[in-house]
Design a protein around this ligand. Structure first.
Ligand code: NAG
Ligand code: NAG
Ligand code: NAG
Ligand code: NAG
Length: 356
């Protein structure tokens, strides 16, 4: 008796367990990413018999599906149906033409089954991608920079770069993103050294996209194009050299000025000394000028320089010469002899002496 009772309890527990298991149902996927205007589809798998299933989007119950109706045709934007005809264990629920407002909670409840299964819907938007500048030719070994601009994305996209189809190490690029109304615009800057011809590709993606949106340009490396000079270095060199030259010129100018000032001082002293000696000389009597030692008399001149200097101060000779005619005024006779002489060749020589 006790054995049969034990057996009954055992069988009962198994039945209870099975019943509990049969009440389980699953909602998939837990997170769904879709593009705006596309459809979002969830599935619920449910074991055993059930009667009514309801679907909520956000806080609104949007659809009720009885088990005896294989599908609920779209009423508005929501529809539900058996995944496979006449198989009540799988139901698919579709939100048609999703909008951003559909983002959030999607829940399924089965009547007489405990709990509610909840999933998340993410409605996203893909925008544009473009590498600025287009195809380009660059000198060999030049540091190049590519800018990829994405606009009108929601949420902000993940941007990556490819070179010749190979992913670029993320240490070579930086991406910044800014909100623009309900959208995001992002800019990514890729920098690297141009070594060989390269196809550069910028890829932007969000979870709702199966394939990234991309833009490509072709970079031709031209070894014949000279690398433009680095102006900053050139300017730095010129400025520093110019500065040095200016400094040297300044030093030279200062040294020159100092020297000149010194010279002037000594000159002044010399001048003072000379003036002193001169005044001494004039005191001793040579006030009336000095003898011109450079004077040399003509061969037939009868007056020696010493005689001229000996003349009285009142003696004035005035000799006026006219062609062929000689007018001579001789004021106050003296034994100095005639001052008009005719030489052997017949030329007359006229001497004009003024004694002050
Ligand atoms: C989706 O909705 C938009 C407006 O929200 C509408 O313009 C468009 O025609 C709809 N597309 C479909 C396939 O229903
Ligand atoms: C990317 O570059 C960094 C530093 O240059 C290096 O440490 C890292 O290993 C690189 N990653 C890959 C995947 O090559
Ligand atoms: C990215 O930004 C960081 C910090 O602003 C900077 O140190 C680094 O050089 C940048 N890398 C590139 C490839 O621009
Ligand atoms: C790079 O591309 C240019 C243009 O397509 C081509 O003329 C040149 O030969 C290429 N250089 C190399 C090294 O492949």
């Amino acid at each position: 008796m006790s054995d049969s009772r034990k057996c009954l309890i055992y069988i009962c527990s198994i039945l209870c367990f099975t019943g509990a298991a049969s009440q389980e149902f699953q909602l998939e996927p837990q997170n769904l990413f879709v593009l705006k205007d596309s459809d979002a589809q969830f599935r619920v798998t449910i074991q055993g018999p059930w009667e009514v299933m309801t679907w909520d989007v956000g806080d609104v119950q949007v659809l009720t599906l009885p088990i005896n109706s294989p599908s609920i045709p779209a009423t508005g934007r929501f529809e539900a149906s058996f995944c496979v005809t006449d198989d009540t264990s799988c139901v698919q629920f579709t939100i048609i033409n999703t909008t951003r407002n559909d983002t959030g909670r999607v829940a399924c409840t089965v009547q007489n089954r405990p709990g509610q299964k909840v999933a998340q819907l993410h409605v996203q938007e893909s925008g544009t991608v473009s590498i600025l500048g287009g195809d380009t030719t660059v000198p060999q070994d030049e540091q190049v920079e590519f800018q990829c601009v994405t606009s009108a994305w929601f949420p902000t996209p993940t941007i990556t770069w490819n070179q010749n189809g190979e992913a670029v190490n993320s240490s070579l690029y930086n991406t910044t993103s800014v909100a623009d109304g309900d959208f995001f615009n992002a800019t990514s800057v890729l920098k690297f050294q141009a070594v060989r011809n390269t196809t550069v590709q910028c890829l932007a993606t969000i979870p709702a996209l199966t394939n990234p949106v991309s833009s490509s340009v072709f970079m031709v490396v031209d070894a014949t194009v000279p690398v433009p000079p680095d102006w900053t270095v050139l300017i730095a060199v010129v400025v520093s050299f110019g500065g040095c030259a200016l400094l040297v010129l300044l030093i030279i100018a200062i040294v020159y000025c100092c020297k000149r000032r010194k010279q002037k001082q000594t000159n002044y002293q010399d001048e003072m000394r000379r003036v002193r000696t001169q005044s001494v000389v004039s005191v001793s009597g040579q006030r009336q000028g000095r003898v011109n030692n450079a004077y040399t008399p003509d061969s037939q001149t009868s007056v020696a320089p010493s005689e001229v200097s000996d003349f009285d101060q009142e003696k004035v000779y005035s000799v006026i010469t006219l062609p062929d005619i000689l007018h001579s005024h001789y004021v106050e006779n003296s034994d100095g002899g005639p001052y008009n002489t005719v030489d052997e060749t017949g030329f007359r020589k006229h001497r004009h002496v003024t004694i002050v």
